[in-house]
Design a protein around this ligand. Structure first.
Ligand SMILES: Cc1cc2nc3c(=O)[nH]c(=O)nc-3n(C[C@H](O)[C@H](O)[C@H](O)COP(=O)(O)OP(=O)(O)OC[C@H]3O[C@@H](n4cnc5c(N)ncnc54)[C@H](O)[C@@H]3O)c2cc1C
Ligand code: SF4
Length: 506
């Protein structure tokens, strides 16, 4: 047995890292088990070939898809988790996303908490992640959003012209809230390699930079890197988690703590719970409802290249966002989703995915394109699930609710044509794009239908919490990181008070 902290967290991503940060602010001692190490700051961080073609930072492991075909998942095992390569888009869910919402293909279920309950924690999360944005300009913004910690990044000239042309079409584009340190004294140089790349100068406020490193500086956080949790061990009555087994340097070790938190990402957390099945929990830990692993979601995502005649010399393109059609349009009364700038596509990125495309054609297209990420809600379906097959993870996913997504993509293409971008190439990212994975250990009010209560505490085991994106009962249609962070802060405050009797922060 290792030493016993107040709280043991598995995983140091947005969920685990943010929770650790807030718990040490409450004066508690925390240990994180993280399967990866620190992502090195090195020239390859910003190298298209290394990151896209050679997939330098993608784990070597393979998962199986629904047909049993192996694939390498685009998820990241480092201190900071997937946020090391994220685009830093930090949007709140809309107020109606927390309620039952009728979609073309069925119901997006309500969350067990309202937007109002999460709002103060969104405020704290925006401050922690140094979000740059402008309140009051997003047409579907929730009510009473305070001003952001830092002003929004300005559009570069081509994007400013696109925004202005879209406004002439009656659209209300606005500045995407971003977790990059582009303020007085911040280190961001506004480079071309942000969305999908690690930041070589640590100017992107990912979970390592914003949460884990500051928590380590307090002396109350112990971080065990290259330590992969392999099993949760229950007490003899099965009502609590007694210890966690983990693999480090080829050895299996055990560690315990009064409170155990799982935050290994939606797919890995579900897999670990299922893998920890024992006689006290034959369907898996925290799984008396049978829900663990089910309702996997990851958004319907399309990357769109809108190609014009003129060169697009933009470096940092991810400043623009459109929510005009989030809840539908005049001809479609169901939600459609969000449109936002994609990190500037470069030739290597295209040829990495389409190796038949000659490099010079890719370059000509990428030099002239304005690129978009179109994102719509996929609905929870129990058949879309994480399963174990031997020692492998099997991800059974079939896309659903595509009507709104197709319409949003067509709408975007039609708008871009109208403003002069005649050639549009849309690529649906498909079911194996796991970057927005969520939903596999959902929270809710009914223990027979969900695994966690509204504070992400397991209904089955009183000292177990799950705080990564697993807890989402619906995926909404904005990027997930800010919501994961806000709920992690909320859970930390609850845990400090209820489990340790602590209310103030240091
Ligand atoms: C390329 C890319 C771009 C993105 N852009 C955006 C964006 O702009 N905005 C946004 O909101 N979201 C974005 N996302 C999504 C966002 O990064 C994730 O939603 C978020 O980081 C998930 O946080 P998490 O805590 O749930 O999981 P993760 O970040 O995946 O953290 C899980 C951690 O647990 C560790 N771990 C896993 N298994 C174990 C184990 N068995 N033992 C110990 N440790 C373990 C992992 O190494 C990892 O550090 C993007 C994602 C990607 C991949
Ligand atoms: S744009 Fe700024 S935050 Fe993003 S990778 Fe470049 S320097 Fe880092």
């Amino acid at each position: 047995m290792g030493s016993s902290p107040d709280v043991l967290i598995i995983g140091s991503g947005i969920g685990g890292g943010t929770l650790a940060y807030r718990l040490v602010q409450h004066g508690l001692t925390v240990t994180i088990l993280e399967r990866g190490g620190f992502l090195p700051q090195e020239p390859e961080n910003w190298d298209v070939n290394a990151v896209f073609f050679h997939q330098k930072y993608v784990p070597q492991e393979t998962w199986l898809d629904k047909d049993g075909t192996p694939f390498r998942p685009g998820t990241y095992y480092y201190v900071g988790g997937s946020s090391k390569l994220y685009g830093g888009a930090m949007l709140r869910l809309r107020e109606r996303d927390f309620e039952d919402l009728e979609h073309a293909a069925g119901l997006s279920p309500a969350w067990p908490i309202s937007y109002r309950q999460l709002a103060p924690y969104y405020d704290l999360a925006e401050r922690l992640y140094l979000v740059h944005g402008e309140a009051g300009v997003d047409p579907t913004e929730p009510p009473d959003v305070p001003q952001y910690p830092y002003p929004a990044l300005e559009h570069e000239p081509v994007i400013e012209r696109v925004a202005s042309a879209l406004k002439d079409q009656g659209i209300k584009p606005f500045s995407l809230p971003l977790a990059v340190q582009r303020h007085e004294g911040g280190a961001c140089i506004r480079c071309k390699t942000c969305d999908g790349f690690p930041c070589k100068v640590h100017a992107k406020t990912d979970a390592e930079v914003a949460a884990v490193r500051p928590a380590l500086a307090t002396g109350r956080l112990t971080l065990k890197t290259n330590s992969k949790a392999t099993r949760l061990v229950l007490t003899s009555d099965g009502r609590r988690v007694n210890a966690v087994e983990y693999e480090s340097n080829g050895c299996i070790e055990r560690i315990t703590a009064p409170v155990i938190v799982l935050s290994a990402s939606a797919v890995n957390s579900a897999a670990l719970l299922l893998r920890s099945a024992c006689d006290k929990a034959p369907r898996g830990v925290a799984n008396s409802s049978g829900i663990v692993g089910r309702n996997y979601m990851a958004h319907n995502n399309t990357a769109l290249m809108s190609i014009g005649w003129k060169i697009n010399g933009t470096n940092f393109q991810k400043t623009i966002c459109i929510n005009d059609f989030y809840f539908g349009d005049d001809g479609f009364k169901y939600p459609m989703g969000n449109i936002q700038g994609l990190g500037k596509l470069q030739a290597g990125m295209l040829t990495a995915k389409h190796q038949y495309l000659p490099n010079f054609v890719g370059r000509l297209m990428a030099e002239r394109s304005v690129d978009w990420w179109i994102m719509s809600e996929d609905l929870p379906d129990p058949k879309n699930r994480v399963l174990l097959q031997g020692d492998k993870i099997r991800l059974h996913y079939t896309a659903n609710n595509m009507a709104g997504h197709k319409r949003l993509t067509e709408k975007t293409v039609s708008l871009m044509r109208k403003i002069g971008f005649k050639l549009n190439i849309a690529k649906h990212m498909g079911g194996l794009s796991v970057s927005h994975q969520c939903g596999t250990v959902s929270f809710g009010g009914d223990p027979s239908k969900s695994a966690l209560n509204q504070f992400c505490r397991s209904f089955d085991h009183n000292n177990l919490f799950v705080v990564d994106a697993s807890f989402f009962p619906s995926s909404a249609a904005v990027n997930p990181a800010l919501t994961i962070a806000a709920q992690a802060v909320r859970v930390a405050d609850h845990m400090a008070k209820v489990d340790f009797g602590v209310t103030g922060t240091t």
